[in-house]
Design a protein around this ligand. Structure first.
Ligand code: ATP
Ligand code: MG
Length: 440
């Protein structure tokens, strides 16, 4: 079912400056510069998408996207600090120090341009490389709240799709026919959940129904595209709520099938995952760094343990080895859904495989764990396991306190009372001497 385009209004509702709360103070200086220069050079230029939406909601937009009728080459001619990126559809990146303003030429909507948009058998867009006007650009966007255009010519907001009303009602509504918009690009299902969690919006019933009908299409999305989406879902500060919604809509099962199965069967694993997500959100709120490998490890923990037990029953190996082998297999399975860069999966496997080593608190080998390059992550993981009662709280306390102790006391904690290394060596060497050499 395609939209005919007949019902699409050609003229926007224009919300004048006096009737909205987006002020120039909400907009980065760099974005303003880009808007002014394009405007002065005779082009149309608007802020569009998340930045307008967030500013209207009183949130602080983190990045600014500009839409214009200037072609990428025309944009480049205007800005020295400009680079064109993207092959299929070229975008201009205008750089100001560390800030990049993305400038996109208006594009025609997927089902609006007759010839230059191609869909695959399931309705997914496979080609949409055609420039258009603002009246066309608006219809290819996903949600009405993401399709508002702010112009510095009069500081008004242009609304073609009823986005302002939906923002007021805090509703997430897809532009056009929800089913066909989700089939065109199934990632929009994840975006719906992400925006609902971040903005505290309700997913409109029409969208919710369409998600229910099309959940399975997520498995057609190239794994490479989902890694970025994974980061946005779980590292934007609303991971716990996002996770709940993903589960509610059956979307989580599509992107983490093995994890989802364990979640259904194991209440303590559910608590563990929740605790990790809550932690991640707390860290983001406090401006601390978060690494995707930690959450990946959390998601794959229960399936990895299960697989490790199977491997141990088949072959003689240590618990650590079995966890490492199992994590390797689960990562390989997971890669079919989401491409996971090796720089994350390597450390993640180590983090999981280190867990059994925390059980031992005596001797040199135990103490050496403190020097392991992934100790910190593995320790955080242990604390989380203790939080949900998977390991003894006292064990986690031991590893917490021991880190703060100076060298000598530390050795005491591990009950190491041996002689220094050099002496030991000497003694061993003496022992190895042939008997004949020794005085009788
Ligand atoms: P945020 O940056 O907070 O994640 P955003 O709305 O800015 O939110 P982006 O991914 O930066 O999201 O995209 C910018 C704009 O591009 C969106 O607001 C939307 O108008 C459009 N857009 C992005 N991805 C899609 C998509 N998959 N389908 C349709 N429109 C999209
Ligand atoms: Mg954005």
């Amino acid at each position: 079912m395609k939209n005919s385009g007949k019902t699409k209004s050609k003229s926007p509702a224009i919300i004048p400056r006096a009737a909205h709360n987006v002020s120039r103070d909400d907009i980065s200086k760099s974005a303003l510069k880009v808007l002014y220069r394009l405007h002065k050079s005779g082009y149309q230029a608007f802020l569009v998408g998340g930045c307008v939406r967030d500013a209207l909601l009183g949130l602080h937009p983190k990045d600014f996207d500009v839409a214009t009728n200037a072609t990428p080459d025309e944009v480049r001619a205007l800005f020295g600090n400009c680079r064109l990126i993207g092959r299929r559809f070229r975008l201009a990146h205008v750089r100001f120090g560390r800030e990049v303003i993305e400038v996109a030429t208006f594009r025609a909507a997927a089902n609006h341009a007759d010839d230059d948009v191609a869909h695959d058998d399931e309705g997914r867009i496979i080609r949409d490389n055609v420039y258009g006007t603002i009246e066309e650009d608006v219809w290819r966007r996903d949600f009405t709240c993401n399709a508002l255009y702010y112009t510095i010519a009069g500081f008004s907001i242009w609304d073609y799709t009823g986005g302002i009303g939906d923002i007021d009602r805090r509703r997430l509504v897809l532009i056009g026919n929800p089913g066909s918009r989700l089939r065109e690009d199934p990632v929009r299902m994840l975006r719906a959940v992400r925006f609902a969690a971040k903005l505290g919006f309700t997913i409109d019933k029409s969208v919710a129904d369409a998600i229910h009908d099309n959940v399975h299409l997520l498995s057609n999305v190239p794994a490479a595209r989902l890694f970025d989406e994974f980061l946005k879902l779980f590292q934007a500060g609303f991971a716990e709520r996002t996770f709940e919604l993903l589960r509610e809509y059956g979307l989580f099962a599509e992107i983490f099938p093995a994890t989802d199965q364990e979640l259904n069967e194991d209440e303590s694993f559910r608590a563990f995952v929740r605790a990790a997500l809550r932690n991640t959100d707390r860290r983001v709120a406090a401006g601390k760094s978060v690494t995707p490998m930690f959450l990946l490890g959390v998601f794959l923990w229960a399936p990895t343990k299960r697989m490790a037990a199977i491997r141990r029953s088949e072959e003689k190996m240590s618990e650590s080895q079995s966890l490492s082998v199992a994590a390797y297999e689960l990562v390989a399975q997971q890669q079919k859904r989401i491409s996971l860069p090796r720089r994350f999966t390597g450390p993640m496997r180590e983090m999981l495989a280190l867990q059994p080593r925390f059980m031992s608190t005596h001797g040199k080998r135990a103490m050496n764990l403190l020097e392991h390059r992934h100790f910190r992550a593995a320790y955080d993981f242990l604390v989380l396991r203790a939080e949900v009662g998977e390991v003894d709280a006292d064990l986690a306390k031991f590893w917490t306190s021991v880190q703060e102790k100076p060298g000598a006391e530390r050795a005491d904690s591990f009950e190491i009372h041996g002689e220094p290394r050099s002496k030991r060596r000497r003694r061993r060497r003496r022992k190895r001497r042939p008997k004949a050499d020794q005085p009788s």
